[in-house]
Write a protein that binds this ligand. Structure first.
Ligand code: KG4
Ligand code: ZN
Length: 338
């Protein structure tokens, strides 16, 4: 019998709901919150309020798009953490009430595992190639930068991570310095596509092992611009595309350097990327270029890169078939391992 599952994602500033039939997506609705744009970053209090406003219409649309009645559902999956507490509470509380009203089980999902497991979402005719275990996944988002050794669906180990800013945060901070809108990653990417990545050079992070650091790069970028703006106030306008391309190259070089070192250490020729920054065109190219070097690579569809409930649904489905359900008295968490 097919399993119908509703999933809810509300860990940060996207309210999302998805409906799955087994491991195949039937709908995936994302309501992005525009309210944060004017503040240049996510305001937690406003995020919780917007989730409260968006959650019912988003779930309603997901059920309608999937052509499923709520009575057909077998389970509700939701993001338990990590994320913003107030945001997580909206999705979790809704999932608890919904599951209780329908007398169906609920399944708690770790957001970072979900980013990785998005690679196991199948297409309608179930022909999509999925990674075989073990593989390495570079998860790069606004809040995290992790190299994860994935030995099984729920056997993941972080082998390297950022010691300060996340890669997405670095993109967003650089964009802010350049006076680009928030979130800046996609704008840096867009400008970078027409710029020269070799035009400028910034300080390279020197961190041992497989860990990352992006705060030095951000400072180097800031000081570089401050110096140039002194002699030419129009420096950014004149060089925007080259600045974006050069900054993006610095981030990608740093990401790829440690990822390849980890691949060597863990003897892995299977590499995936996940998270919002995996939407970046330069990173996607750098990863797909690895195919020519004998790697097998997995790059997510754009709709599964930034936060979405489809990744929560596939994780929920994989837990459902293992019989792993959540107790109604569980609480959310803001930080965690994987
Ligand atoms: O995974 P995500 O939606 O949320 C978190 O869990 O953080 O990632 C959002 C991050 C933001 O920092 C955004 O700027 C970045 O992903 N991002 C990008 C691109 N698209 C989104 N960064 C670089 N290039 C992109 N095309
Ligand atoms: Zn995320």
């Amino acid at each position: 019998m097919p399993v119908y599952l509703l999933a809810i994602e509300s860990s940060c500033d996207d309210t999302s709901a998805a409906v799955f039939c087994d491991n195949v997506m039937r709908s995936n609705v994302i309501a992005s919150q525009k309210v944060h744009e004017t503040f240049g970053g996510v305001v937690p209090e406003l995020a919780s309020r917007a989730h409260q406003q968006n959650i019912i219409p988003t779930i309603d649309k997901a059920l309608k798009d999937a052509n499923i009645d709520k009575k057909q559902l077998h389970a509700v999956a939701f993001t338990r953490g990590p994320g913003l507490l107030g945001s997580l509470l909206v999705g979790t509380t809704f999932a608890k009430s919904f599951a209780q009203a329908l007398e169906i089980p609920m399944i708690d999902v770790n957001h970072m595992q979900a980013h990785v497991l998005a690679h196991f979402i199948q297409n309608a005719d179930k022909t999509k190639a999925v990674p075989e275990f073990p593989f390495l996944c570079l998860t790069v988002s606004g809040g995290h930068t992790q190299i994860v050794l994935v030995s099984d669906y729920f056997d993941m180990k972080i082998v390297g991570q950022t010691i300060d800013d996340a890669a997405g945060e670095a993109f967003d901070k650089a964009a802010k310095i350049l006076d680009l809108p928030y979130p800046g990653g996609p704008f840096v990417d867009k400008n970078a596509q027409e710029g020269n990545p070799l035009a400028f050079q910034f300080a390279k992070p020197r961190i041992p092992g497989f860990d990352y650091s992006f705060s030095g790069l951000k400072t180097s970028f800031l000081y570089f611009l401050r110096d140039h703006l002194k002699s030419d106030p129009l420096f950014i306008e004149k060089n925007l595309k080259d600045l974006c391309a050069s900054f993006q190259k610095a981030v990608i070089d740093a990401l790829m350097d440690k990822l390849l070192k980890a691949a060597k250490e863990y003897n892995s020729n299977s590499i995936a990327i996940a998270g919002g920054v995996s939407a970046n065109s330069g990173l996607r190219k750098a990863i797909s270029d690895l195919n020519a070097k004998g790697f097998q690579t997995f790059i997510p569809e754009f709709q599964f890169t930034t936060d979405n409930a489809a990744m929560v649904a596939i994780t929920g489905y994989l837990k459902y078939i293992r019989g792993e359900f959540a107790s109604p008295d569980l609480t959310v968490f803001s930080r965690s391992g994987i």
